[in-house]
Design a protein around this ligand. Structure first.
Ligand code: F0G
Length: 458
């Protein structure tokens, strides 16, 4: 087997900026140990997110020039609509400026106090939009998904039995929707199997609960199904994606992921009445239904991106580059979630820094150490992001303490990835010197974006 190479060549380059460890120490302290507060110019390899950070293709840039900016009925909208329908098979397509705008509209229509939205794992903005409506979001991740170091092919699967007992306990009438997140971002970018989607669908149908897909990384999920699930080896990824969507009553998507767009999203629906309700909200929040929150040129970029992402040489390279980094780290003894997910490498911070208690946010401490060592920016996905407080103000920790290193699509080359591995291994060798953190300032919701922290003084 020959090396799997980047299936593109580079036409336009963007400089990255180097700084010294001494400079990074000052920058990290000034940013209160929060990577979201570091200027991008001060980051060498930016793995904060794979969202909106893709390199667009020459075709997408050409599409940008062809964007039609008519307020109503733009041909760019129809092109976008065709591309989304072609994959989802859903008749009502509503463009939004990003994924969370689609979520806000959907949950404003269907949420409310006393309701439960169930999922394999809700992403943080999804959960926040559900909670903002007064409803509650509840996750049912399968057993394998709870153990970062134990390999399993579909660790993003929803625990159907657990969901079944929850429905029986709470009553289907209080559950407006089940949402399957593909791939499961907050659970390690792990895929969901077609079998699991089918089983969840059957349970939902039996109780009259609509099934939605959070489709941000649908192509990566479809490719994992092709690689790992019996009966899909010879199917093309578009057909696999179509089958995934065929079980759903609706989907939300952030086009900033698997559509290679720098902005955008959509809501795809099968229910006309709900679509009408959502469009009414769209008009007062995003814009007229043929542009949503987007420019015509963005709609063009998304339409083209949705076609490009299903190219199997791209998906092979994409999934392989994440796996390559994961394997390198694993071989060096670094605790990393296995098998590799679709868009990111997840370090297990609890195992990496066993000397730091969960109440001192080991994930955030590791994020800081990676920045200091090599100018790499990652993000904590653990108790800082998902922790809650009990009535006594004690931290209720998240299930896992992870650090996500999300790989932007088509942006970094193999030598960047090799450098990242070297930095992480270096940090791992000196892990006992890393200190925990305590919070000095925090917001009531989505606190990780603005939180300020300080190292714990022993
Ligand atoms: N759902 C999932 C699974 C996501 O990963 C995201 C965004 C969203 C919804 C919201 O989409 O950002 O366009 O509003 N995830 C980004 C990330 C921010 O870094 O993982 P958005």
């Amino acid at each position: 087997m020959k090396t799997i190479i980047e299936p593109f060549r580079i036409k336009s380059v963007e400089p990255i900026y180097f700084n010294s460890r001494e400079q990074r120490e000052i920058i990290l302290a000034d940013a209160h140990h929060n990577p979201f507060l570091i200027d991008a110019r001060d980051v060498l390899i930016d793995l904060l997110t794979d969202s909106g950070t893709s390199a667009m293709s020459s075709h997408q840039w050409a599409g940008i020039m062809q964007g039609d900016e008519s307020y109503a009925g733009s041909p760019s909208f129809y092109r976008f609509e065709r591309a989304v329908k072609n994959i989802t098979g859903m008749p009502f397509i509503i463009p939004t400026h990003q994924g969370r705008a689609a979520e806000k509209i959907l949950f404003s229509s269907l949420g409310g106090a006393g309701k439960f939205f169930v999922s394999n794992t809700l992403f943080d903005t999804t959960r926040a939009n559900i909670e903002y409506s007064g409803a509650e979001g509840v996750d049912f991740i399968c057993e394998a998904g709870r153990h970062p170091s134990i390999p399993a092919p579909f660790k993003g699967n929803l625990d159907v039995e657990a969901l079944k007992s929850f429905i029986e306990k709470k009553g289907a009438e209080n559950i407006p929707m089940c949402i399957i997140t593909v791939t499961n971002n907050s659970g390690g970018g792990q895929p969901v199997s077609m079998q699991n989607i089918r089983e969840v669908k059957a349970l939902c149908v039996a109780h009259g609960i609509p099934l939605f897909i959070d489709a941000c990384r649908f192509a990566e999920n479809a490719y994992f199904i092709k690689l790992r699930e019996d009966g899909y080896k010879d199917k093309n990824v578009l057909d696999i994606a179509r089958e995934m969507f065929s079980y759903a009553d609706g989907a939300t998507m952030s086009a900033k992921k698997d559509a290679f767009a720098n902005i955008g999203g959509f809501l795809a629906l099968t229910n006309e009445q709900l679509a009408q309700q959502c469009r009414n909200l769209l008009i007062i929040t995003e814009g007229f239904p043929t542009y949503g929150g987007l420019a015509g040129r963005d709609l063009e970029a998304i339409a083209i991106g949705l076609e490009e992402v299903l190219d199997e040489s791209y998906l092979q390279y994409r999934i392989r580059s994440i796996e390559y980094l994961t394997e390198k780290l694993h071989e060096a003894g670094v605790p990393v979630m296995r098998p590799a997910g679709g868009h990111a490498v997840y370090l297990d911070a609890k195992a990496f820094l066993p000397h730091i208690p969960v109440s001192q946010y080991p994930g955030q401490a590791l994020v800081g150490a990676l920045y200091l060592e090599g100018g790499i920016r990652g993000v904590e996905i653990g108790s800082l992001m998902f922790g809650k407080y009990d009535a006594q103000g004690q931290l209720i920790p998240a299930a896992l303490e992870l650090v996500r290193l999300a790989i932007p699509r088509r942006v970094y080359t193999q030598s960047h990835i090799d450098y990242v591995a070297e930095v992480i291994i270096e940090v791992f060798q000196h892990r006992d010197q890393i200190k925990g953190l305590h919070i000095t300032e925090e917001a009531p919701m989505l606190r990780h974006f603005t939180v300020k922290l300080k190292p714990v003084v022993a």
